[in-house]
Design a protein around this ligand. Structure first.
Ligand SMILES: *[C@@H]1O[C@H](CO)[C@@H](O)[C@H](O)[C@H]1NC(C)=O
Ligand SMILES: *[C@@H]1O[C@H](CO)[C@@H](O)[C@H](O)[C@H]1NC(C)=O
Ligand SMILES: *[C@@H]1O[C@H](CO)[C@@H](O)[C@H](O)[C@H]1NC(C)=O
Ligand SMILES: *[C@@H]1O[C@H](CO)[C@@H](O)[C@H](O)[C@H]1NC(C)=O
Ligand SMILES: *[C@@H]1O[C@H](CO)[C@@H](O)[C@H](O)[C@H]1NC(C)=O
Length: 491
């Protein structure tokens, strides 16, 4: 109950702050090492040696293994119930923490290496989440590490241990999605219908906040309307632009357009502008001031922790141009520390046509090269085949190829609604021929055609094959297809 009674104490301080106030008690978890920062743009970080792991030349030879850190191995029971609350840790409860952490992961690296794994992906962000949020996809700060997993030095030690085995590390980011602290006036107890006129935002001040945080410290709600704002370009599933009519927009750092359920069919721009599933706040990443902060946070993680690759959760729910601005900044930051071929992938659950807007310099159905051989021959100066200018590269590939996964479920005998609009064929060979033409596969670092989609048979968001009759055999066959047939990276 410590957290319940503590929740209000920093309210006045936090309201005045434009940057997360530096706190001596949080040094072990704070990536920011500048106590005098007046804005997140002043945040700085350090690296103990300044020696970084160079990127591999060929990511396709790096098979990845996905870790749910909280569920994997508990190496330090003392951090399980870190905040001492009843809402945090119970190994018998799937909705609370189990206790897995970085020390546990290090203790299992021999096992992963022994299986031939060359890349470790931790699903979920490293950042502070609510006490019970073990999946770690609802960050409430982008500079503070979650204490349930260890301290700053545990992150460095884990990544060093991975590197010392010749393995690489991919970290998960949400970019524009946070926790659940912003409510819409008049709808605090119910879902808020999507509305382009927006709602006044209010801080909900939930109870049980870790470390006495009462709201996000680096972002602000503002309910004043700017009539001269310019909204970003919005795209539809079929790869065409949709003209959205709006009436100015609020100055807020958050999108205040209502919320949209997690499943079901909604226009992509509504998803991009709304709270996800009513429980994850969405930053207005298309506002330049917000994007500048997000780029700073990405660079701090790369610089402080020597990560080799990035996966972006819900990447197609970031508006297209903002996503490309973020990935390009991350690429430039990585190059500065000698990582010349950082891999940046994203979650793409929709059809291939929509995903294609995000890969590389982007490609619409009107920009396809004329066939497979022409696509294999592409060079960066053939601007007619790209949506964006050179140096505006988005994702290098998708992390978990849902189009292929949907075909796999059919191939292995499942039924149900397994189709998505504007997607590739269910025949794997035909699909590959389509993907190769539809997607920009030029590696911006090397200038070579370099297909780096990550294919998997199962992940943390879909069911487990072994729960079906003959499921283990089905899963093995599917793994053969995703790791040995399709050109790309096994995940
Ligand atoms: C939400 O509902 C609860 C329970 O009915 C009620 O106590 C509370 O006052 C409501 N809050 C708002 C903001 O309407
Ligand atoms: C939170 O606030 C309470 C009450 O002011 C205080 O006793 C406690 O030490 C604070 N906790 C942290 C982690 O700052
Ligand atoms: C309103 O939006 C325009 C265009 O984005 C921007 O240049 C201007 O600074 C904004 N006005 C205020 C008061 O923030
Ligand atoms: C590939 O490029 C070469 C040299 O630029 C050109 O001669 C050839 O016709 C191209 N092939 C296709 C299929 O476009
Ligand atoms: C499972 O495999 C056995 C042996 O091949 C087969 O007889 C059975 O029909 C399979 N069951 C299903 C549901 O595919």
């Amino acid at each position: 109950m410590r957290c319940l009674t503590a929740a209000w104490s920093l309210l006045s301080l936090a309201t005045a702050a434009r940057a997360s106030p530096y706190r001596d008690d949080l040094v072990q978890w704070n990536l920011n090492t500048n106590p005098n920062a007046q804005s997140p743009l002043d945040y700085t970080t350090t690296h103990p040696t300044g020696n970084y792991m160079p990127s591999p030349g060929n990511w396709r030879e790096i098979p990845f293994y996905t870790i749910l850190l909280d569920k994997f191995a508990d190496g330090d029971p003392s951090n399980n119930d870190f905040f001492g609350s009843p809402y945090e840790w119970d190994w018998r409860e799937t909705q609370l923490r189990f206790g897995g952490d970085l020390k546990g992961l290090v203790s299992k690296l021999d096992y992963l290496q022994g299986m031939g794994i060359k890349g470790v992906f931790i699903s979920g962000t490293p950042f502070l989440n609510m006490l019970w949020q073990a999946d770690s996809y609802s960050p409430i700060d982008f500079t503070l590490l979650d204490p349930h997993w260890g301290v700053f030095d545990d992150w460095r030690n884990t990544i060093n241990e991975i590197h010392s085995r010749g393995m690489y590390f991919m970290m998960d980011f949400t970019v524009g999605t946070m926790g659940d602290m912003v409510g819409f006036n008049g709808h605090l107890n119910e879902s808020t219908p999507f509305d382009l006129n927006e709602y006044d935002g209010v801080w909900k001040h939930p109870n049980y906040m870790p470390w006495n945080f009462t709201q996000y410290l680096d972002f602000e709600i503002a309910n004043t309307r700017n009539m001269s704002c310019v909204m970003p370009t919005f795209w539809q599933d079929d790869g065409t632009v949709i003209d959205v009519q709006y009436n100015g927009c609020l100055e807020s750092d958050f999108d205040q357009y209502g919320d949209v359920e997690a499943f079901g069919v909604h226009p992509d721009y509504e998803r991009q502008l709304s709270k996800f599933a009513s429980v994850q706040d969405r930053l207005r990443e298309w506002k330049p001031g917000v994007m500048a902060k997000l780029q700073t946070f990405a660079c701090m993680v790369i610089t402080a922790l020597d990560i080799d690759a990035i996966r972006i959760d819900k990447s197609t729910q970031v508006t297209v141009d903002a996503l490309a601005a973020w990935t390009q900044a991350a690429r430039e930051c990585a190059a500065k520390v000698g990582k010349k071929n950082i891999l940046i992938t994203g979650e793409v659950t929709g059809g291939d046509t929509f995903g294609a807007l995000y890969y590389g310099r982007g490609r619409t159905p009107t920009q396809l090269p004329p066939g497979f051989l022409a696509a294999a021959n592409l060079t960066a100066d053939q601007n007619q085949f790209f949506l964006r200018d050179a140096a505006h590269n988005g994702l290098d590939g998708v992390a978990f190829h849902y189009s292929i996964y949907r075909s796999l479920t059919r191939f292995l005998g499942m039924d149900g609604n397994l189709q998505d609009a504007f997607d590739v064929d269910t025949n794997f060979v035909t699909a590959w021929n389509q993907i190769f033409v539809n997607n920009d596969f030029l590696n911006p670092n090397t200038g070579k055609i370099d297909p780096r989609h990550m294919y998997g048979t199962s992940n943390f968001d879909v069911y487990r094959w072994p729960s079906l009759e003959n499921g283990t055999q089905k899963s093995v066959l599917a793994t053969f297809i995703t790791s040995l047939l399709l050109p790309g990276i096994p995940l």
